[in-house]
Design a protein around this ligand. Structure first.
Ligand SMILES: Cc1cc2nc3c(=O)[nH]c(=O)nc-3n(C[C@H](O)[C@H](O)[C@H](O)COP(=O)(O)OP(=O)(O)OC[C@H]3O[C@@H](n4cnc5c(N)ncnc54)[C@H](O)[C@@H]3O)c2cc1C
Length: 399
């Protein structure tokens, strides 16, 4: 594997760094205090081509390779991991269509994302089915007229309050069915009036084809307060055949494939946060003096800085290896995706925690960005599969 970035990859990195410096960093602390969903930033990211990276060229998408996508997500996450989570969620939701949809489905369900800055939601998790996705009970069954009807509830869904399209994994036939399907539900786009602030309540969408989608009140979260998260309920939603992706019995396999693609992206989120925590801490400890010396010159403090730097670099290596494996469709890509996710989550948690510590009492003050990073870091170890689930995947492959 060659670690030299190609010219277009260097250009992506520089572009996103500029975007973060100009559009995110100046207002991130104020926005996060207000818990306001930054749709204006999402829209600018879309205009600059930093979203919908996986959409194929056949529908005029960018079809960005996985390594470049990881670089873009990593750099965006250096600015804010809530924003990068919401931005990359479009790819999380749309990847299954890219991989398994027909050309007609790509045109119908992916092209709108090329044409306008709209948002998508990936609906897998349920109140009773988190790590154990197969325990989900949301299901489709065939109605008397031969069309399918979807019912069920999903929770912790990123972008739910603003989504113009929902990708939903569900059981086929009955809530206790063994087979899983994947269905796509486009709905009305969120209007400009809706996008000025975080909605205080839920959203009710009556679908022209029949049925209703209701999103809950946006969750009040410990961290990543610039991403939107809410429950989504499907009531008698009519699903036409063209809304079912691929084989309606292979949904579980499709979900696993999506997560193999997405876990390096979560690792990229972790590396971006860890690097930000390291940079902020290095800067702070170079400025602040105690015992007549800069804190960074006190031996034990310097050891901590070195450990932080090592973890950032090792997580970045794990990320690049995983992205390369996914890019090459290597058979063992799942193991490396899980490894990268865990190593990057550990790096993010370590750098945020130790970075806060090296800021002393100031790190505990909410006006210091390191305190925000310490809150944001926790979710990287949880979403898209908790640490133990990644270890389970790795362990299963090893033996
Ligand atoms: C901010 C946020 C955004 C999210 N976005 C989305 C989204 O867009 N779409 C979506 O579908 N989901 C989303 N999720 C859901 C997320 O993926 C789940 O929260 C996660 O998979 C864990 O599921 P759970 O919360 O039910 O925890 P549980 O599965 O109940 O796990 C709780 C704890 O039990 C332990 N545990 C679980 N399984 C095992 C095991 N096999 N071995 C040992 N210990 C274990 C772990 O310590 C784990 O942390 C999001 C969650 C959050 C908080």
């Amino acid at each position: 594997m060659d670690f030299t970035l190609a010219d277009d990859q260097k250009m992506y990195v520089e572009t996103v760094r500029r975007f973060v410096k100009n559009e995110i960093t100046p207002s991130v602390m104020e926005r996060e205090r207000d818990h306001a969903f930054p749709l204006d930033i999402i829209k600018k990211a879309w205009e600059m081509g930093l979203m919908n990276l996986s959409i194929p060229e056949s529908v005029k998408g960018f079809e960005v390779d996985i390594i470049s996508s990881a670089l873009i997500v990593r750099e965006l996450s250096y600015g804010d991991t809530g924003i990068s989570t919401s931005a990359m969620c479009n790819d999380l939701a749309n990847f299954v269509i890219t991989q398994n949809g027909t050309e007609e489905q790509k045109e119908k369900f992916l092209k709108p994302f090329v044409d306008a800055p709209i948002i998508s939601a990936f609906c897998l998790t349920e109140p009773g089915a988190g790590s154990d996705n197969a325990a989900m009970t949301t299901f489709i069954r065939k109605g008397d007229d031969g069309r399918y009807i979807l019912n069920g509830e999903k929770c912790f869904i990123t972008n739910a309050s603003y989504a113009s399209q929902f990708t939903v994994f569900c059981k086929t036939g009955s809530p206790r069915g063994l087979m899983m399907a994947c269905v796509i539900i486009p709905c009305s786009a969120v209007s400009a009036a809706d996008i000025t602030a975080q909605p205080t309540g839920g959203r009710e969408i009556t679908l022209p084809g029949g049925g209703r989608i209701t999103t809950g009140k946006p969750e009040d979260k410990l961290g990543q307060r610039l991403s939107n998260t809410a429950t989504v309920t499907f009531e008698d939603v009519v699903i036409e055949d063209y809304q079912i992706i691929g084989n309606r019995r292979l949904g579980f396999k499709y979900a696993v494939d999506v997560l193999d693609y997405a876990r390096p992206m979560v690792a990229a989120i972790g590396v971006g946060l860890a690097k930000r925590a390291f940079d902020l801490t290095l800067e702070y400890t170079k400025e602040r003096k105690q015992f007549g010396q800069r804190i960074c010159d006190l031996p034990v403090a310097r050891d901590t800085l070195v450990e932080m730097w090592k973890r950032v670099e090792l997580a970045d290596l794990a990320l690049m290896k995983a992205a390369d494996k996914v890019q090459e469709c290597a058979e063992d890509r799942g193991v490396y995706a899980s490894l990268a996710k865990n190593v990057a989550a550990e790096a993010a948690l370590f750098c945020a925690k130790e970075g806060l510590h090296l800021h002393g009492g100031y790190g505990f003050m909410s006006e210091y960005e390191i305190s925000k990073l310490a809150r944001d870091a926790h979710i990287i170890d949880i979403y898209e599969g908790v640490r133990e689930v990644q270890d389970m995947i790795i362990g299963r492959e090893l033996v």
